[in-house]
Design a protein. Sequence first.
Lengths: 265, 337
Amino acid sequence: MATANATALVMEARGLVKRYGHVTALDHSDFELRSGEILAVIGDNGAGKSTLIKALSGALVPDEGEIRLDGQVVHFRTPMDARRAGIETVYQDLAVAPALSIAENLFLGRELRRAGVLGSVFRMLDKKRMREDSTSHMRELRIEIGSTGQAVETLSGGQRQGVAVARSAAFARHVVIMDEPTAALGVKQSSMVLDLIRRVRDRGLSVVLISHDMPHVFEIADRIHVARLGKRIAVLNPPKISMSDTVALMTGALTPDQIPPDALA
Amino acid sequence: MLKIPPFVAAAPLGRRLTARDDNQGLRALGKVGPLIALVAACVIFATRSDRFLTGDNLSIVLQQVMVVGVIAIGQTLVILTAGVDLSCGTVMALGAIVMTKLAAELGVSVPLAIAVGVGATTLFGLLNGLLVTRINLPPFIVTLGTLNIAFAITQLYSNAQTVTDLPEAMNALGGTFSVGGTTVVYGVVVMLALYALTAFVLRETAAGRHVYAVGNNPEAARLTGIATPRVILAVYVLAGVLYGIAALLSVARTGVGDPNAGQTENLDAITAVVLGGTSLFGGRGTVLGSLVGALIVGVFRNGLTLMGVPSVYQILITGILVILAVATDQLSRRGAR
């Protein structure tokens, strides 16, 4: 599968295994992410997709297998390791501090300090620059909000998710991983976030999108990674395969060899 | 993730992601409300008693709140991380006994005695912080335990006797100077300086903003790479240092080391923080609010005393104020999360 393609791989995993006691959550799973694509990762509950994503984002350490970033083998022990390597993760709805402002959330854990003595001795934050940078960054991604000084809790759900995505896009150098970014959102807000994900890709980042929502997946994914029973069973080319066949693959009603070859990517 | 303070009755926590915030008015009230309450109380007492608004009387109010005021700074830091410290006043009493015993009975030099006393309260802060962060015990239970431990150690070490005949230098912060005919106690200046310093750190530095982030959404803070346990541990240790300074102020104010001191401060400090608009759910509030909260309690006690109202009514009114403050906090949160 997914061979003979000249497109460079940004991230690659081979033979990932993760066991929890008697349960094998990942069973020699492979993963390939190309440069500048949106790769959807789908799978039924228990297919191992969240374990796979956790391994890629440093939230857990796999028992076996290797992960390569730009061809180099990497060993992520914590999410911070992955972040330092240029991989940012957007979590469903836990990623923002509602009482803090948009600018504070964008720079949380990576605050800018003032120049000179005020910054080095008095540790003063450069609030003005963080607000300005946030404003221009949000504008660039066309996320409409009033002022970046306002608290995140005053925003709608879609805008909050926009803040979380914007933060990842601002700091990611290679990969943005998004875990169910539209799960808690209404129709209009979902399409806003999907547009935003496209813009993130168009800025040259590679996006991994975990989603249960097949219409969303088919709307924006360039390729679809199907996980089943801890393995990657197929990588699909969305225009060439129907949504119902995809779901059938996911649930095991169809096997990959029953799929027309041109539907595989 | 929401952490519900165990001593707050479980209230419905609306979690509508898509809802716009329609409680901004109430939240704004939560911010300026304490100040309005303080000014209103001052106006009322000024019309009821000629003596209330004199410089000397206001100076007395400040003296009366300086100990609980400094404890409330530590308490604010802890509550901002969605914790609580029930042991604050008792730990302060331990610090006061340690420093006075060393100085008065063992002939240790005053600066060293003070340092050891502050060291003792800091150790208790460290113990609270380690139990909360390493063993993941709820702060309420941890500090309930250390409250009793600190109380017992204080009684044993002092034989339940008040320590008297302190060296003069021990009471230095109880000394006064005069500003335009009004006497000001040095300890009050220390308290105000500590408030200014803490407000600066909380507002203007990354460390300060991380305290808010950890209290507001610990999971988000952790995922952005903030060392959440380290922030929480630091907050308890700093609170311990502040209780040590409060102990020194208490000794300077009363001129003795009292093993039974601090028992009203345990809850008064929490009262001041809550009246000042800091949320018991963590992540919201200001340390200057706690100063206002401490002053509200101080002004009510002082004003009602001047009016000749029996002290039991002061306690009654404090209780009502606390419930009003927490209710405002709770209502402003409904639907906003």
